[in-house]
Design a protein around this ligand. Structure first.
Ligand code: AP5
Length: 190
């Protein structure tokens, strides 16, 4: 199984590049952000809880997201692997993912870390907010999301670097140029 984590700050292109990865490698796509937004749209109890955190740019609590992941993974068994987009975001989530995969006799194949400078991230997200109306794409919430990324999520990079799984790729240029670099890294572990 090819299990890819696509990692990076808000706006680094995780969702965009996931689309290309899914097509090229026949992978299932698990985006915790998309799952949570669907719950909000459907007005579920989980959605109501998630909205309180997402609207402030904070992380939804680990136990909620980890519980959700196990359910989603069960529905994706027929693919050649999974791309994890926006998960894990904390050390606890990283440990939980490794445990869940180990129980299935699997492991993480590679962690693609998309590296983009902060001014470019802010520019992309402000533009997307103007076009799509995504409610957490406003300057105040974007800044909070970037702080959360720095403090709670980016420490995971050291963990994956130490395990030899981290591939850092410059996330600027055209979408195709970036994808070529990603595919080169993935082909080495396939
Ligand atoms: P989530 O939905 O995961 O959002 P995010 O991490 O903030 O990431 P984005 O979707 O904003 O950016 P992206 O990196 O996917 O970039 P994209 O391809 O869209 O999470 C939202 C919230 O949900 C969190 O804040 C948290 O509250 C909660 N949550 C989610 N997962 C959680 C978890 N595991 N634990 C706890 N809470 C969780 O691109 C962005 C824009 O840039 C697009 O408009 C795109 O067209 C453009 N773009 C992409 N590539 C390029 C390029 N090369 N050049 C120019 N523009 C580009």
């Amino acid at each position: 199984m090819l299990n890819i984590i696509i990692f990076g700050a808000p706006g680094s292109g995780k969702g965009t590049q996931s689309e290309n990865l899914i097509t090229r490698y026949n992978l299932a796509h698990i985006s915790t952000g998309d799952v949570l937004r669907a719950e909000i749209k459907n007005g579920t109890e989980l959605g109501k809880l998630a909205e309180e955190y997402i609207s402030k740019g904070q992380l939804v609590p680990d136990d909620v997201v980890i519980g959700m992941l196990a359910n989603v993974l069960d529905s994706k068994k027929d693919k050649a692997g999974v791309i994890f987009d926006g998960f894990p975001r904390t050390i606890a989530q990283g440990e939980a993912l490794e445990k869940i995969l180990k129980e299935r006799g699997e492991e993480i194949s590679i962690v693609i870390n998309l590296d983009v400078e902060e001014p470019e991230l802010i520019d992309r997200l402000i533009k997307r907010g103007q076009q799509s109306g995504r409610s957490d794409d406003n300057l105040e919430t974007i800044k909070s999301r970037l702080d959360v990324y720095k403090n709670q999520t980016s420490p995971l990079k050291d963990h994956y670097m130490n395990s030899g799984k981290l591939a850092t790729i410059k996330g600027v240029g055209t979408i195709d140029q970036i994808f070529d670099l990603i595919a080169e890294a993935v082909d080495k572990v396939k």
